[in-house]
Design a protein around this ligand. Sequence first.
Ligand code: SF4
Ligand code: SF4
Ligand code: SF4
Length: 494
Amino acid sequence: MPLDRTPSASAQGNAGKVLVAGAGIAGIRASLDLAALGCDVTLVDSSPAIGGILTKLDHQFPTDHCGMCRLLPEVGTLDSARFCLRKGLVHDRIRVLPNTRVQNVQGEPGSFHVEIRRRGRWLDAARCGDCPAPCVDVCPVSVPDEFNHGLTRRKAIHRPTPLGLTDTLTIDAVACTRCGACVDACPVDAIHLDAPDETGEIDADAIVLAAGNALIAPGAPGLDYLPTSDRVVSALQFERILGLAGPSSKTLVHDGHPVRHVAWLQCVGSRDAKHDRDLCSNVCCMFALKQARLTGAIGAGEIETTVFYMDLRGSGKAWEDNLGATRRAGTRFVRSRVRDLSPAADGGVRIRTLDEATGTIVDLHADLVVLSTGQKRSSDVVDLAGRLGWNLGSDGPSLLAPDCHTKAAPGVFLCGSVTGPADIASSVVGATATAGEVCRLLVGLGRSVGPAPSPPRREVDEKAKTLVVSCRCHLHAEGCDTVSPEMVAGLCVE
Ligand code: SF4
Ligand code: SF4
Ligand code: SF4
């Protein structure tokens, strides 16, 4: 099933046309809200899959639920309800264009002309079907997998997100050597390595810029005071280590070593005036709290957890509860900005620092150190705004930045973490507010805006069937391993 379905005829005519750039959680939320109000939405993203950082979070603060699943009820068509948003966004009024970049924008509100470039479709999604993917098996290229932040490797032809639909294979044009092995292995001629890039123009009444932030990587300029090693990982790498589809599902091992003590270093690359990063990144305290609590739960009392912090910054009704629960679960909190890491004899990491709360020196050994690195705007969005003369405002927390604003230019709206580091909840709320602002503009332009009729429900007359799924989640379904295939077979009824 191709991702780029054409919006339904009902979404055309006098409907407002909106281009949303960036298919992370904010862009998806804004697109869904605009589509629900009858707009014709084109959602573009430079990556081959939608969802952004959220697809990598198996557990979302504060409830530990899968963040993408929370949006499912909003995607109300019968077709889409079967799919997790990790796999694809399907909506009659939303056309999704992956691998697509905005090249240029001309015009004004009500008559923008947006030039886009889509990477050549080397893999024909319409032909690629239910298949054991011999094309992947024969590919000789092995490169670090960005989904797991380099903790695993992948082929040049690969699925950008796990658990994707069968058509979500993509070919990494940089890593691919054009050897042709996958072409020969494909039984349906679905791979065309010479497919050219496609360019086109989209007419839009308004533009929503929802391209998100990039996390600063360990070892980046300004962070070189903390040595990098395979025992020092970023918060997103650790998120993948904790993930059920990640590299060390079920038991916490890293690089073949069992982990007995994990330490988090907060404010790495944030609140650091010396390196021109004096603003708080807003989300990393929540990340660390959640990860420490989950690590304790996985270790069942066998894994020590220590958080080194300057301040613990979080808000919302669940923050205090989570902080209390994490403390009660045994996580140790040390008030200190750590600047001294050294390798331990057993391959672990030695941390020596001053506990500012007690005035004592803390000297401990950790098997794994997690850097809660800060965020910065993605270079793509900064380049685009620079070329088009759009004003993104300061690169800080949106509520604190003195020139906080939600428009980069007339008719060009901002939402999500492009306005500053934002957590998921505020990204979603902000995206809905942005959709409202866009609709106000559309009404002023004379476009029809209002609740769109729901697509007709398809009658289902098949015999009811019940599917029993044996969940192997180590946190929510203890004891699932005791469910045998025979027991599951016995429970299936028609
Ligand atoms: S052509 Fe590229 S993707 Fe296909 S097998 Fe060769 S290296 Fe892999
Ligand atoms: S071999 Fe062909 S049909 Fe099968 S997964 Fe690969 S591209 Fe798709
Ligand atoms: S959210 Fe916490 S760890 Fe992140 S910059 Fe702010 S205070 Fe530091």
